[in-house]
Design a protein around this ligand. Structure first.
Ligand SMILES: Nc1ncnc2c1ncn2[C@@H]1O[C@H](COP(=O)(O)OP(=O)(O)OP(=O)(O)O)[C@@H](O)[C@H]1O
Ligand SMILES: [Mg+2]
Length: 469
């Protein structure tokens, strides 16, 4: 018996909770274990005073706790509940109180119980609740679509933005077991791609054409992330507006390029046909003047100077016309004009740079390329040479023009200082200069591919497929 009492006492003092006994009518404690002092900070004798419990519960909890306890006690029912007490230093301490109701042989009711300190758990719960509230608010209000998929790949949850853009409600989705891939991606290839990307869940952003409930097709951009339990979260945006703006910008740029091309052609014709003719006439006149007999030596000298100047003038007009819009391009085709241009360019622009031109596949001059492709390549080479001369400090620029039945390719390579292509290409369009952009644009206009690589020197490769018909 003594042994049992000792064991009981040891158990009571080692528990991380307050063991207590109290009068069932007044709720006055008749016993509390020593941990009470550690957990709440009041000396044990205070606990034994009348109304101690009532006076030290949190004001928001006092009434309902007392009513609940009283009710259970009346019904002789064991009970447990969670509430707050205020510690001696003012801290709020959360307790889980487990109470058993006992009747003495004489009929008196007394209570015994244990109060466990659950403050840490409550705090963690509160933090968790706050975090989920934050997440919930973001989920509900962010203008980004969020979908949550189970391991089977079917949608389990979508947010309001998804409902707004796609037009189905979450409950409609649930009725279909979360499987709407067939509706959203009616095209099997597109659907397969969506399934692969959901399965890969690699958090890369990819764009999709998706069909919304009312039949419209939207451009959307999605990234999928895998969660640790095999489910996944997808985040997406409706980028139709952005895509439209991008297309609009491209259309404008293309119109600009076309208008510029027309203007250049016009100017070039003017220079060549009018100015060029006048200069030829002037030169002929000067030369016949110089052939006159008995001219004073001063006049001979002056005339010979005028003839030289006019010849130079004629050359310059010729190469200016060539640069604006070579008539050779119209008349002789790409290969002849480019080789002429390369020679002329070095002479006119930049004696420091040696320009080497090579070509293959142009043996038959009758086999002309489509005109817009010729113009695109010509302009790319022109801009590439201008860039090489302006920015690269190169000594040699090589131009290689190759053609076969399926494609035409031009490679322009300089041995200059190079530049950071990645940085240049990723800077916002509005901050960029026009040279590289318009090269790219021209090539895309004729369905080609534009590649630029720079490190030690810069290499531009343009490949344009040829339509066999
Ligand atoms: N061959 C090159 N070697 C070194 N840097 C180059 C070369 N080509 C382009 N760059 C770099 O890339 C930038 C962008 O070239 P881009 O042709 O677009 O513009 P730009 O030549 O500066 O101006 P513009 O609009 O008149 O062409 C250049 O300013 C230069 O810093
Ligand atoms: Mg440039």
């Amino acid at each position: 018996m003594q042994q049992t009492a000792a064991l009981y006492s040891k158990l009571v003092t080692s528990l991380d909770g307050i063991v207590w006994e109290a009068d069932g009518d007044t709720f006055q404690f008749t016993f509390v274990s020593p941990q009470a002092e550690r957990i709440l900070g009041y000396p044990l004798r205070d606990w034994l005073q009348p109304n101690f419990w009532r006076d030290h519960t949190h004001p928001d909890d006092t009434d309902w706790c007392a009513a609940f306890c009283l009710d259970c006690t009346k019904r002789r029912q064991d009970h447990e509940f969670e509430y707050r007490m205020i510690a001696a230093d003012g801290r709020v301490v959360w307790l889980h109180d487990i109470v058993s109701v006992k009747i003495e042989p004489g009929g008196a009711v007394y209570l015994s119980g244990i109060m466990l300190d659950i403050t840490k758990r409550k705090r963690a719960e509160e933090e968790l609740r706050q975090k989920s509230e934050i997440l919930q608010k973001i989920f509900d209000h962010i203008p980004v679509m969020v979908t949550f998929r189970g391991e089977d790949g079917h949608i389990k949850l979508v947010n309001r933005e998804w409902e707004r853009i796609f037009g189905w409600t979450l409950s409609e989705l649930q009725e279909r077991n979360g499987d709407i891939l067939n509706d959203v991606y009616p095209d099997p290839i597109n659907r397969r791609r969506a399934q692969d990307i959901i399965a890969a869940a690699d958090l890369q952003w990819r764009t999709f054409k998706a069909k919304v409930r009312d039949g419209r097709i939207i451009d959307s951009s999605w990234a999928v992330a895998r969660l640790s339990d095999g489910t996944s979260v997808s985040i997406g945006q409706d980028i139709s507006e952005r895509t439209r703006a991008e297309e609009e910008r491209r259309r404008l740029l293309q119109r600009l390029i076309t208008a510029q091309e027309d203007e250049r052609r016009h100017l070039s014709r003017e220079l060549h046909d009018n100015l060029g003719q006048y200069l030829s006439a002037l030169l002929l006149g000067l030369e016949s003047l110089a052939r006159l007999q008995d001219l004073p030596p001063a006049a001979v000298k002056k005339l010979s100077y005028l003839i030289e100047t006019t010849k130079q003038f004629e050359l310059d007009v010729h190469s200016l016309a060539l640069e604006l819009r070579p008539t050779t391009l119209d008349d002789l085709g790409l290969e002849a004009s480019l080789s002429g241009f390369a020679r002329e360019w070095a002479r006119r622009h930049d004696q420091r740079i040696k320009v080497v031109f090579n070509s293959s596949g142009f043996a038959n001059p009758e086999k002309r390329l489509p005109f817009d492709i010729e113009v695109a390549i010509y302009r790319v080479v022109q801009e590439a040479l201008t860039n090489a001369s302006r920015h690269s400090n190169a000594q040699i620029v090589s131009i290689i023009l190759e053609r076969d039945d399926t494609q035409v390719r031009v490679t322009i390579e300089d041995d200059g200082v190079g530049f950071d292509v990645e940085k240049m290409m990723s800077s916002p369009v509005e901050n960029r200069r026009l040279g590289l952009l318009s090269m790219q644009e021209r090539v895309q206009m004729v369905g080609g591919e534009f590649k630029i690589d720079s490190g030690a020197g810069t290499t531009i490769v343009v490949t344009i497929p040829l339509d066999k018909s």
